[in-house]
Each structure stands twice: as C-alpha cells, then as structure tokens.
Design a binder for this molecule. Structure first.
Ligand code: SF4
Length: 333
C-alpha cells in the first residue's frame, strides 16, 4: 500500500482525522511522525534559518524524520479556510521550504488550499496536486473530499460535545467525567482537585506539542486545574466572541484563540493562560487583546512566551504561582 507521510506538527492537530480519511478513501495509508523529541528538534533547527519560529523549525524536523518512511509527503500550503481569514504566511512557504531544506524528502503533495476561491477550484487543486497520484477516477477523488469533510466536522463536534482536546479526540479517548463535557464551565465536579477552571489559549501545535510546551497541560492538571481549550467551543460561538472583541478576522487563528479567550472570560473562567512562541508576529498582537479584556474584569491572566531556550524549571514556578493566584481569587466553584 502506498504510504503518505504526515508530520506531527502545525496543522496536524486540527486536520489529521480529515487527512487520514481522505487518503484512506484513495487506498493509501498515512504514516505519522513520532511526537517531537530532542533529535527531531535538532534536525529541524540545524537546517532552518535562525529567524524561523520554533514550530516551523520543528515541522522540518518531522519531515526529515519521515523522509525514509513514506512514498509521498503531504505538505499542503493552507492559505485560507474561508471567510477571508488567512493563515500566517509561514504556512504558505512550507512546501517550497521543505523541498529546499530536506532534499532527501520523497515527492511532496502540495495543494494550495484557499476556500475563498470556491469548491470547483478546490477540487481542481486537490485532484491535480494529490488525487491523480492515486487514481484517475475523478469521482473517487470527489468522494474522498466529501468523506474527509464529514470526518472533519465529526471531529470538531466531538471535541465540543465531549469536552475533549484535539489530542484526546485523535487518540480516541472519551471524556473523563461521564456525561459532562469539560466545556461546561458551570458544571459541578465532585473531585476537589479538578475544580479550578483554567482556559489555555494558544496554537494547538504549541500547546499540545509536549516538547515545546514542556508538558503544560499535564502539569496544570496535576496542579488541580481543569483545562478548557478553544476546540471545546463551537465554531459559531468562537466567531461571535471574536467579532465582539476585534471585529472582522484577518488571521484564521483569531477566532480560535481570541474568540475562545473572550468566550471563557464571559463564562467566568477562573484564569486564562495564553501560550505564544517567541518571534510570532500574529500571537504578540492578538493575545494582548485578551489580556486587556481579562484585566478589565480582574481575571488572572498569565502570558507565556516559549522558545527553544525556555526551561521547564522556570515554567513550573510561573505555573505554580499562577494556580495559587487563581485559587486565592476564590475561583473554585
Ligand atoms: S502563527 Fe506564529 S507560531 Fe504559527 S507559524 Fe506563524 S509565526 Fe510561527
């Protein structure tokens, strides 16, 4: 069976179930790289230019680690997922940068995705740049696109309905508290160690990459925090909250991060942790808006800026101090 490599980085967290479904419909198998480790980081860091942000350096490390394990590498250039909101320009350059920096990479399947250009354009791009390598049957490619869209909607529905993180949903986990989604901020919880409600907002490829975030989520949970994340909020609610705070979106991630921050503030979360990476332009501008909003209503807000030099020790100290502050603000329900 033909193997398609999918780097466990960047858009993997949001779209892996859709991509897996798409390739399986075409009779191919997907191969995902290991979770980020020191070796993957070192490979990517060695080849990327110094100014590149950490998640993109790590992306190249994943491409290198998969290069000898697959027949094709899937690296779409995702410009926009619609509504005239665009991804950071780094996403557009991924296929070309990968070709230049990873010459040992197998052929790259590199459709440029821009949903603003309509369905017909989308089909042509996907057929020409991906589908035709697996079949000449256009109907089969159309069906694969449709199934992939359904898988994407079902995935998002699960994270909302069951209060799961992207990673938990990909791993097929079920919500730990039976019958109560974690996104239900007002819900009761009999376990006193789960009663601090903390929202963590940031790119999923930063928050859920344990190498970048130093196991942020599990550390917070072990400190007694129940975690709320953007993917647990329905997309339409995120859009509404984002529009209230910043008006029209320009970057795709605004709704997910800024909208989630505003939504959780309105719902009375105990504290907010924003997670950005050093040298990320979009993050530095947008997360500040949530910080102001939290300040206006006195909700504790912690801003983390991570890079390859961040030490776990320093991070833990800040998290402990923050959790202590949330606890003292009587955020427990
Ligand atoms: S949004 Fe920021 S972290 Fe993400 S790829 Fe762009 S610069 Fe890097």
């Amino acid at each position: 069976m033909v193997k398609v490599g999918i780097p466990r980085a960047l858009l993997y967290y949001q779209y892996y179930p859709a991509w897996k479904t798409f390739f399986e419909e075409l009779g191919a198998e997907t191969v995902v790289s290991q979770p980020t480790n020191q070796a993957i980081f070192a490979c990517g860091n060695e080849r990327a230019v110094a100014e590149t942000c950490l998640p993109v350096k790590i992306f190249f490390g994943h491409v290198i680690s998969l290069a000898d394990k697959c027949d094709y590498m899937f690296i779409p250039a995702v410009r926009s997922m619609g509504d005239k909101a665009y991804n950071c320009s780094k996403f557009l350059g991924l296929p070309d940068m990968s070709k230049a920096l990873v010459p040992e990479c197998p052929p790259i399947l590199d459709p440029e995705i821009d949903l603003n250009k309509g369905q017909r354009h989308l089909f042509q791009v996907i057929y020409n740049n991906v589908g035709r390598y697996f079949t000449s049957d256009k109907g089969k490619v159309k069906k694969a696109i449709e199934r992939s869209r359904e898988a994407s909607l079902a995935y998002r529905q699960r994270t909302c309905d069951e209060g799961l993180s992207y990673v938990e949903a990909i791993e097929g986990k079920h919500h730990r508290c039976e019958g109560e989604a974690r996104s239900n901020l007002g819900g009761s919880d009999s376990n006193p160690y789960k009663r601090l409600k903390v929202a963590v907002i940031g790119h999923p490829y930063v928050v859920y990459d344990d190498f970048i975030s130093h196991r942020l989520i599990s550390r917070l949970e072990s400190m007694g925090a129940g975690i709320f994340s953007p993917e647990q909020v329905p997309p339409e609610t995120l859009d509404m909250c984002m529009a209230r705070l910043v008006g029209n979106a320009h970057w795709s991630f605004e709704a997910e991060i800024v909208g989630a921050g505003e939504c959780y503030l309105e719902a009375g979360v105990g504290g907010i942790i924003s997670v950005a990476v050093f040298a990320c332009g979009p993050d530095s501008m947008m997360l500040d808006m949530v910080r102001h909003s939290a300040g206006n209503i006195g909700t504790p807000f912690l801003q983390l800026s991570l890079d390859e030099h961040t030490s776990a020790g320093g991070l833990i100290t800040r998290l402990e101090a923050f959790i202590d502050m949330v606890r003292r603000k009587k955020a427990c329900v």
